[in-house]
Design a protein. Structure first.
Length: 269
């Protein structure tokens, strides 16, 4: 029978650090040890295991399903509607007026539970001169992708959505769905989510006019930043825009993008 509380040893933590780095390029700093212990501890109890080494071995000997569960647990998914609102103002005031003809495609490359992608969808539905557009969201976490595709959120997640948008594009849950809201059918139809590892080939997703990769680069070392950004830029149309978090920079990361304003770049034609 498994112990009530297993202790994550330093050498075991190092195994999971190496695993998530090799899979996704994410560097787990030393202070994340407690987080790893807490999140993976649930899986030890689930399988009745005595140690984190046993769980690591199980991942290696098991199907990819459990490895994906571990990846889901080890990745951070912090997001909310209209996060860093200045980027959506830039989209509305600067980019969208250029989009007189479609089709247009936007990629939320680390979409988490979908709030960023649906913020983009509301912005385009309201302000795009062409209605021939679609948004693709991708994430490393299959759990987040499943959640995003539902397009349904607890009502407290609506805090940053302007009231006008909330009334126009969101449906308030009733009965068994009370306390939640659902993005309307048209936005859900135009906004689709898929599982993807940004370190792997992304050609199947096609080309995009705009790519959002915000607040992700902070988890990568310089080599991984360069690889991931250039991997995504391959899918960006010439003249297309690439947006990172407002505290992030692509200085020294790629020479295929030129800065427009801080955190907003355009692909060199």
């Amino acid at each position: 029978m498994a112990m009530d509380v297993a202790i994550l040893k330093d050498k075991e933590f190092a195994l999971f650090q190496k695993m998530i780095y090799e899979i996704a390029g994410i560097h787990l700093a030393g202070h994340k040890k407690h987080l790893v212990s807490g999140r993976l501890g649930k899986r030890l109890k689930h399988f009745g295991l005595d140690s984190y080494s046993d769980y690591y071995d199980l991942i290696g000997n098991n199907t990819d399903n459990e490895r994906q569960v571990a990846v889901d647990l080890l990745t951070t998914n912090e997001t909310y509607f209209f996060r860093e609102e200045k980027h959506f103002e830039f989209l509305k005031e600067t980019l969208l007026p250029e989009w007189r003809r479609g089709p247009r495609r936007i990629w939320s490359a680390a979409s988490s539970s979908g709030e960023e992608a649906f913020t983009l969808a509301m912005t385009l539905a309201e302000s795009s001169p062409t209605q021939d557009w679609e948004i693709i969201g991708t994430d490393l976490s299959s759990r987040m992708v499943e959640k995003a595709n539902k397009g349904q959120y607890p009502m407290e997640r609506a805090e940053n959505i302007p009231k006008y948008f909330l009334n126009k594009y969101c449906l308030k849950g009733v009965g068994a769905q009370e306390g939640t809201f659902l993005l309307n059918k048209d936005l859900r139809k135009r906004t689709r989510f898929f599982h993807a590892n940004l370190k792997e080939s992304l050609s199947k997703f096609g080309e995009f006019d705009l790519i959002f990769l915000r607040n992700v680069l902070i988890y990568f070392d310089q080599e991984t930043k360069q690889y991931v950004v250039n991997n995504l830029v391959r899918q960006l149309k010439p003249g297309g825009c690439f947006i990172v978090g407002r505290s992030e920079s692509l200085n020294g990361v790629t020479d295929r993008l030129s800065v427009i304003i801080p955190s907003v770049y355009r692909k060199v034609e």
